[in-house]
Design a protein around this ligand. Structure first.
Ligand code: FAD
Length: 478
């Protein structure tokens, strides 16, 4: 069988769902087996509306034991499964390609414990990131990660994609802030690594395998996460400058002058600002005619000290001509508004029609060159090409749009863009993962030996290949 949507791809040798399977599932999780195409539509379609599968069933377990029983059965029957959290993934990893069974963590949304002294949160995988943020805020803590999709993405999905986001600059990646997790293997075996310790060098750190594995090695059911103290004082500056070199100058200076209170450094180019202004009708906090914008956040423990530091830094930047215009906010409503201009760009791009989405890491010396190269190459074939993102982490979100999908535009973009990134020693996926869309470009960023090792790990943990097939690993392992 090949797919109508993906004619070059063959369905794996998995069993087809039968009525008997449905009745077994109904016994395992009574009342939580969804069928019927209208109900399943949302589960079959990704956030970008660029990938669509044709699953006939969604299973919504509530407990680890139920996940274990489901996977054990699917493994014995060779039924393929796609784990799904909030379905906000941007690489087609969270939806079926053919008729894989969707196992959703929607109903696994209990907070298990929060230790206010150590800041350790233990929760189920289906907790929505924004709800966790609200919960820990009551104890003066924050989640170590924050991203535009926080209203829908699940913490399990965040771990499975090793989500980066807006706070990585300050608090590092989930490989550091996840203290433990519990996952269920394809066989149904529960792997209990739900430690709450910061230090634990007893053997291999098995939990790391699941962080960033995109649902291909196991289904994450619980996590324990180290939450930082909520900062007493937050300041956000939104600045305009006249070249990308200036963005880098400001970044270098901000590390020096803001030091320990620097918590985010994001940038947007003029075309990204146009998306916020024209597509989302957001008013831009400063003049909207600069070629580049920078969003800097500071967070610390002493408001007066932090404000003084931020103001001194900005004065210096303006005196030196690095910053042409800017605004600073310390009130929560204004801070939230400024952040929304940055965070809603992904949503705003959807108004253009089709979005070709790239999320790459590039050494800062070449960072913006990619946007310029892609703009030049696709001129006349795109509505716009924009660059924005976590410049503080060398992570660029490059997006091109057109009214509808065009194979000509796609052929101009790929593999050109990936070749460019590889040539400049970047990564073709900084934080979104490979999913379905990017798996065959893995060799642009990983060696053959590394991919072979990944494949071996997959064979050990999921010998029948039932977990999220057609994702992450390339079609052909060299
Ligand atoms: P899903 O989309 O449901 O799944 C993503 C992948 O994880 C799939 O492969 C799925 O099979 C697997 N998976 C999900 N749950 C589990 C589980 N419990 N066990 C095993 N595998 C599982 N990403 C960033 O890194 N940084 C950003 O700043 C960022 N900003 C975003 C902004 C917007 C507006 C949107 C729409 C997305 C953004 N993303 C970002 C991408 C996305 O939100 C993240 O990848 C997020 O972590 C996915 O979580 P989810 O629950 O929606 O997972």
């Amino acid at each position: 069988l090949t797919s109508v949507r993906y004619p070059n791809l063959k369905r794996g040798g998995y069993s087809a769902l039968t009525d008997k399977d449905l009745s077994v599932f109904e016994k395992l999780i009574p009342g939580r087996v969804l069928t019927g195409s209208s109900e399943l539509d949302g589960y079959n379609t990704d956030w970008l509306k660029t990938c669509r599968g044709s699953s006939q069933v969604v299973l919504r377990p509530k407990t680890t034991e139920e996940v274990s029983a489901i996977l054990k059965y699917c493994n014995e029957r060779k039924l393929a499964v796609v784990p799904q959290g909030g379905n906000t993934g941007l690489v087609g990893g969270s939806v079926p390609v053919f008729d894989e069974i969707v196992v959703s963590t929607q109903l696994m949304n209990q907070i298990i414990s929060l230790d206010e002294i150590s800041g350790t949160l233990v929760c189920e995988a289906g907790c929505i990131l924004g709800n966790l943020s609200d919960h820990v805020a009551e104890s003066n803590l924050i989640m170590p990660l924050d991203l535009g999709a926080k209203g829908s993405c699940h913490i399990g999905g965040n771990l499975a994609t090793n989500a980066g986001g807006l706070r990585l600059l300050r608090y590092g990646s989930l490989h550091g802030s996840v203290l433990g997790l519990e996952a269920v293997l394809a066989s149904g075996e529960v792997v209990d690594c739900l430690s709450t310790l910061r230090k634990d060098n007893t053997g291999y750190d098995v939990k790391q395998l699941f962080i960033g594995s995109e649902g291909t090695l196991g289904l994450i059911t619980k996590a324990s996460i180290l939450c930082p103290q909520k900062p007493n004082a937050v300041n956000v500056a939104f600045l305009g400058c006249d070249s990308f070199e200036r963005v880098l100058d400001i970044f270098k200076e901000s590390k020096m002058k803001l030091g320990e209170i620097l918590s985010a450094f994001e940038f947007l180019d003029a075309d990204a600002i146009a998306v916020a202004r024209d597509n989302l009708k957001l008013s831009i906090p400063i003049d909207d005619s600069f070629p580049f914008y920078v969003l800097i956040e500071s967070s610390g423990s002493d408001g007066t000290h932090d404000e003084e530091k931020m103001n001194g830094f900005l004065e210096d930047m303006m005196n030196r001509g690095y910053v042409i215009d800017g605004t600073v906010a310390s009130e929560p409503a204004k801070i939230q508004y400024i952040w929304s201009v940055r965070e809603r760009i992904a949503e705003g791009l959807m108004h253009d029609g089709y979005c070709y989405k790239y999320d790459v890491s590039i050494p800062l010396s070449h960072y913006y060159g990619l946007v310029e190269a892609v703009r030049e190459r696709t001129q006349g074939n795109t509505t716009r090409v924009i660059g924005y993102g976590h410049v503080g982490d060398s992570n660029l979100h490059l997006n091109a749009t057109s009214p509808e999908y065009s194979q000509t535009t796609m052929d101009l973009l790929e593999p050109f863009l990936y070749d460019w990134v590889a040539k400049h020693r970047g990564s073709i996926s900084a934080e979104h993962g490979l999913g379905f869309k990017k798996r065959d470009f893995i060799y642009h960023s990983k060696s053959e030996s590394a991919v072979r090792m990944m494949n071996q790990m997959k064979l050990v943990l999921d010998p029948n290949g039932i977990l999220n097939p057609y994702k992450l690993l390339p079609t052909v392992v060299r």
